[in-house]
Design a protein around this ligand. Structure first.
Ligand code: NAD
Ligand code: ZN
Length: 236
């Protein structure tokens, strides 16, 4: 299977990648659904919502402080670096990510589409004014008086329309589409591999476990991103 992936990649000119929390797991950043995803016994689904922030902005803020600390100390891993290498080979390459940690850009990827925002950005919950995503003990207030929130997309919120449109458009053009470290249950991101497939792409999943996308993909490689991606990219 590994050989087939390498062969397909060699023949392709247009490659699109979709990454999820799994690719940053080996950088020490917990996924939402993994064993280490809990914080003070809260599930991420209970904190990453506009309702949770409205109910208790300070609690949600402290959870993001904890996540920002982890992300600040984390480094891009060999899987992130393999994707930088891959980008250099193609005239058409897009890296669509659901991650908010910015590690793909720190690793050196250029064409990154952030579907769910970035944890190092903030904006006002009331007026939308943008701020830098800093770690402060208290949830800060905007000059309008509103609370400032992390610049990430929460459950139940729409994705940035221009980014989603672009992601959809490039997915439809992909010849090879890699899905890495995503459970395939968060929409609309999980639809992008299917859009690619409908338009003729060869879709391969890289994940240690079966996912909601497994029945639909052309190939599944079972292993971690750091075990498999450097191997896939090795030797051109
Ligand atoms: P998820 O937590 O639902 O799923 C993670 C997937 O990664 C699982 O399928 C798991 O089997 C797989 N995985 C775990 N370890 C892996 C490894 N070492 N290599 C490859 N795959 C591995 O994550 P999701 O589907 O991306 O959705 C959760 C949402 O939460 C995202 O949309 C994102 O916005 C947010 N989130 C972001 C970060 C981050 O920025 N690093 C972390 C957690 C959650
Ligand atoms: Zn404001």
């Amino acid at each position: 299977m590994m050989e087939e992936v390498r062969k397909r990649l060699k023949e392709a000119k247009k490659v699109v990648v979709l990454t999820g929390a799994g690719i940053s797991q080996e950088s020490g950043i917990p996924t939402f659904r993994g064993r280490d995803g809990l914080w003070k016994n809260y599930k991420p689904e209970e904190l990453a919502t506009p309702e949770a922030f409205r109910r208790n902005p300070q609690l949600v803020w402290e959870w993001y402080n904890w996540r920002r600390e982890i992300i600040r100390k984390a480094e891009p891993n060999p899987a992130h670096l393999a994707l930088v290498e891959l980008e250099k080979r193609y005239p058409f390459f897009y890296l669509i990510t659901q991650n908010v940690d910015g590690l793909h850009q720190r690793a050196g990827n250029k064409n990154v589409l952030e579907l769910h925002g970035n944890i190092w950005r903030n904006f006002c919950f009331e007026c939308g004014k943008e701020y830098r995503g800093e770690i402060t003990p208290q949830v800060p207030r905007c000059e309008c008086g509103g609370y400032i929130r992390p610049g990430v997309v929460w459950f139940g919120e729409p994705l940035p329309a221009d980014v989603l449109r672009k992601a959809w458009e490039v997915s439809a053009q992909a010849e090879v589409f890699l899905v890495i470290g995503t459970s395939g249950v968060v929409q609309p991101a999980a639809s992008l591999p299917l859009v690619a497939k409908e338009h003729g792409a060869w879709v391969v999943e890289i994940n240690p476990q079966e996912t909601a996308l497994t029945p639909w993909v052309d190939a599944s490689l079972r292993g971690t991103a750091c075990q498999l991606l450097p191997e896939i990219v090795k030797g051109g």
